[in-house]
Design a protein around this ligand. Structure first.
Ligand code: GLU
Length: 519
């Protein structure tokens, strides 16, 4: 029988989730949903020294905001079939597995003190060994259950001497596995060190806990960042020594995320420095050195829509092989495949994420955009009807990247100009134009048709009478009505302002510019 597809996102609560982490969660989620499998989340908190309060909650809120739903996690009301999903709560489970490896001779006790380990590294460094490690060669000179007599080991254990349990990595062996993104990966065991599996405080390390849990939780695919690729050979050995090779998950190591200029990995520290967020949500942290409170910006608080953020992230390392760029979550689920994930690094593109936001913002129903606008204007003390807000939203959305831009762009409807674009005035404003606009202002209040088309027809009529071409007045008219040289469709602006207000603004401009000219 085919196994049910089960994937996991396994973050460590050591700080806020970086966008690379969200991408990992997303690809796992897409694969699970596409193949009708399960997506679970496990909190990997075995390293208590790196635990950051609030990080777990942050991860939870981030995934919720992104619309990445979980089938099993520490946060469900009824415990899932493999609960608990926090490794710290699973602590008592791991020792038996370490014991299994000790019994089969694939692991050993090591009693070396920190000083002895330092001395070993110093010795190797002095001998110009490039990468000093506790491994199949050096372990012969260390204090462990492979080198010490059996009764001494027993005595050390009886005396509660601190120890760690290390994996006994074979000296000469080829470790191979087929990565779904990278193809066959072949590593020689001499480059793998004897990793600690159990720490002296009785806590498992990431490696042991991760493999045991993936096995117990029946994970079929491990999709994770490229930084875990060097650990994969060790993980393959663990599956082998536990006798779990036949159900070993398939590995897929995702490509790196690079800074916009491609000069290196996009790190947690880059974001605000490079002018864009690297976190899904705003994060309130502490400066590592000074302990001062810090705030790092988030996509949510910067006005990004989760749909846009997700669409953008999906394309950082994957593409559908077609020209289509806009994918809702459902589209992504239908189209996603691991085969189309690239192994080459993906470069972060700030313009692209803004572009996505524009597309999703503009695709929203005008009534929804009007609601953003109404809320923002209310905060500014501006009263406006829902109907008018909708008209304004429909007009200004083409110029907006973020919801807040709608309110910015809408200001012209609520504030008469206090200054007029000087360049346009100096080039386009003259007595003939002013005269024509005065006639237009005069005709406006009587018009029966205040649609953009009606206003345009009226303007054309007036200008014909004046013997002046529309091209000669349009820019001046815009500046007279709005103050600015550029903006949304002018006929639509005048239609929304209404004939009365438009006429008043024109008269105001004519008066002010005349006063300026004579001053
Ligand atoms: N806890 C690891 C992390 O923080 C998980 C790595 C894995 O997926 O195996 O990324």
């Amino acid at each position: 029988m085919e196994r049910e597809v089960r994937v996991r996102f396994a973050p460590s609560p050591t700080g806020p989730l970086h966008i690379g982490g969200v991408r990992t969660a997303l690809y796992n989620y897409l694969l699970a949903r596409k193949l009708g499998g399960k997506m679970l989340l496990r909190i990997e908190d075995t390293d208590q020294n790196r635990f950051v309060p609030g990080a777990e909650d942050y991860i939870r809120q981030s995934l919720e905001w992104c619309g990445i739903t979980l089938d099993e996690s520490p946060w469900t009301e009824t415990p899932g079939p493999h609960a608990p999903y926090r490794q710290s709560e699973r602590k008592p489970m791991y020792l038996q597995y370490a014991q299994q490896l000790l019994d089969s001779g694939h692991a050993y006790y090591a009693f070396d003190t920190p000083e002895e380990l330092d001395a070993m590294r110093a010795r190797l460094t002095a001998a110009k060994v490039p990468n000093p490690q506790y491994n199949s060669i050096t372990r012969a000179q260390m204090r462990n259950s492979l080198t010490l007599p059996e009764d001494e080991v027993k005595q050390l254990l009886d005396n509660n001497t601190p120890y760690v349990i290390r994996l006994k990595v074979p000296r000469k062996e080829e470790i191979r596995f087929n990565d779904l993104i990278r193809g066959w990966v072949v590593v020689h065991s001499s480059s793998v060190d004897d990793k600690v599996l159990m720490k002296s405080d009785g806590m498992p390390t990431y490696h042991l806990a991760n493999i045991v849990d993936d096995h117990l939780m029946e994970i079929t695919h491990v999709i994770r960042g490229e930084e875990w690729l060097p650990s994969a050979p060790l993980h393959v050995l663990l599956y082998r020594y536990f006798g779990w090779e036949s159900t070993m998950p398939q590995f897929a190591h995702l490509p790196l995320l690079l800074k916009p200029d491609g000069t290196g990995k996009l790190s947690k520290r880059d974001g605000d420095r490079l002018g864009f967020p690297v976190f899904p949500l705003e994060w309130h942290g502490k400066d590592a050195e000074t302990g001062e409170p810090t705030v790092s910006s988030g996509y949510r608080e910067s006005g990004y829509l989760p749909e846009a953020f997700i669409n953008f992230l999906a394309f950082l390392g994957w593409n559908p092989g077609t020209q289509q760029e806009l994918f809702t979550m459902d589209d992504l689920i239908a189209t996603f495949s691991i085969e189309r994930v690239s192994k080459s690094p993906a470069r972060f593109d700030q313009n692209k994420v803004r572009w996505y936001n524009e597309q999703y913002l503009r695709a929203k129903p005008d009534s929804e955009l009007a609601q953003y606008l109404l809320d923002a204007l209310k905060e500014q003390g501006v009263e406006v009807s829902a109907n008018k807000a909708e008209q304004i939203a429909a007009l200004v959305k083409e110029r907006a990247t973020f919801p807040a831009d709608l309110a910015k762009e809408a200001q012209l409807f609520f504030h008469r100009p206090t200054s007029y674009d000087e360049q346009v005035i100096s080039k386009k404003w003259n007595a003939q134009v002013a005269g024509a606009l005065q006639e237009f202002a005069l005709a406006l209040p009587a018009t029966a048709d205040s649609t953009p088309e009606g206003i345009k027809a009226l303007l054309t009529q007036v200008l014909e009478r004046q013997g002046i071409k529309i091209g000669q007045v349009l820019q001046a008219l815009r500046v007279a009505v709005t103050g600015a040289a550029a903006g949304p469709d002018l006929m639509a602006i005048m239609s929304i302002l209404g004939p009365e207000e438009t006429a008043q603004r024109l008269n105001l401009a004519i008066d002010q510019l005349a006063a300026q000219a004579s001053a």
